[in-house]
Design a binder for this molecule. Structure first.
Ligand code: ADP
Length: 320
């Protein structure tokens, strides 16, 4: 359709996951590659639902970087904002969910290309074309990438875009929990729309209570919509005028990777052509139901990108 442009800014990388489940990284007999990176997942979630999206980020000028750029293009994501660093290589992550329920990570980021994106390398024309500008990179805390984010946010905002932020907390990557909180809080008030998971809410507030009071402690005066995702229980929403919860869908979840990104992509798809959504609770609830359905479907298949649904799959789940 003729929908508005959503620009998603951040990293794309490759997750290597063990070929068998429940093992530590050291025990893995082999690995499968699963392209990901939350902002890239969001960009693809949008095109799969029929929306218009562009990805801005830096990859290594290596085999992995070109493979990832190819995946974005194949999925219809506008690739004019992709840069290739001539020195550093594409970020890689080794990730496993061990039998004891703990996630184990190992990252190649010393530094990877995504961390080296400079403010003067940004495709400003593309950023200015955004009706919605979404960010949530795990590299947002490191320079020069941090300055590039600040500039991109400002350019997008000045051009009239709605700013959407997902902190995508990956604690092993942060120097300390205290620094993570400070860094996230320091950019918090730039966003119009913020999505956190229940786990991130606990971390950011430092309290193990997931209630309205703890969510509202994250509120800032410029915020239009705060969302807290609750896994299979759907999500809570907070606006200036109303708050509530939209129940999730019961599905046979096999891998929750990408559920949050799918949820965000769906929401942005609907909000881009209806930026007054936050003022109409009935309409907002309808959109969040759609986003919950997208998140739910994403958990029914392995991996993030292969599991992102198209609109007809979502409609089928909504009809029951
Ligand atoms: P994140 O992936 O950021 O941790 P969540 O796990 O809360 O976020 O998932 C995002 C959304 O995906 C939820 O709000 C919900 O709509 C959907 N979802 C996630 N897990 C499940 C599940 N097990 N069953 C049904 N829906 C789910």
């Amino acid at each position: 359709g003729n929908s508005g442009m959503i620009v998603s800014f951040g990293e794309m990388l490759i997750d290597f996951v063990p070929t068998v489940s429940g093992v530590s990284l050291a025990e893995a007999p082999g690995f499968l590659n699963a392209p990901g990176g939350a902002p890239a997942n969001v960009a693809i979630a949008i095109t799969r639902l029929g929306g218009k999206s562009a990805f801005i980020g830096k990859l290594g000028d290596d085999e992995f970087g070109h493979m990832l750029a190819g995946i974005l293009k194949k999925n219809g994501v506008i690739a004019d904002g992709i840069m290739f660093d001539q020195g550093a290589r594409t970020a890689l992550a080794f990730v496993t969910l061990r039998a004891d329920g703990e996630r184990e990570f190992m990252f190649y980021r010393n530094p990877s290309a995504d961390m080296l994106l400079k403010p003067d390398e940004l495709n400003l024309q593309l950023i200015k074309s955004a009706k919605v500008f979404h960010y949530g990179s795990i590299s947002l805390i490191v320079e020069p990438c941090r300055s590039a984010h600040m500039k991109a946010m400002q350019v997008a905002k000045d051009a009239g875009a709605l700013l959407s932020y997902d902190p995508n907390l990956r604690l092993p990557l942060w120097p300390s929990p205290k620094e993570a909180r400070e860094q996230i809080r320091s950019i918090w008030d730039k966003a119009d729309l913020i999505k956190v998971s229940d786990v991130e809410l606990e971390f950011l507030t430092g309290s193990d209570k997931i209630d309205d009071a703890s969510a509202m402690s994250l509120w800032h005066p410029n915020l239009k919509l705060l969302l807290v995702t609750l896994g299979e229980n759907g999500c809570k929403y907070y606006t200036k005028n109303f708050r509530g919860q939209v129940e999730g869908f019961r599905v046979n979840a096999v891998d929750t990777t990408g559920a949050g990104d799918s949820f965000v992509g769906a929401l942005l798809c609907k909000i881009v052509d209806n930026q007054n959504l936050m003022e109409d609770e009935a309409k907002l609830r309808e959109v969040l139901k759609y986003a919950n359905a997208c998140g739910a479907i994403t958990t029914t298949k392995k991996g993030a990108i292969p599991a992102l649904p198209c609109d007809s799959e979502v409609q089928a789940l909504l009809k029951g």
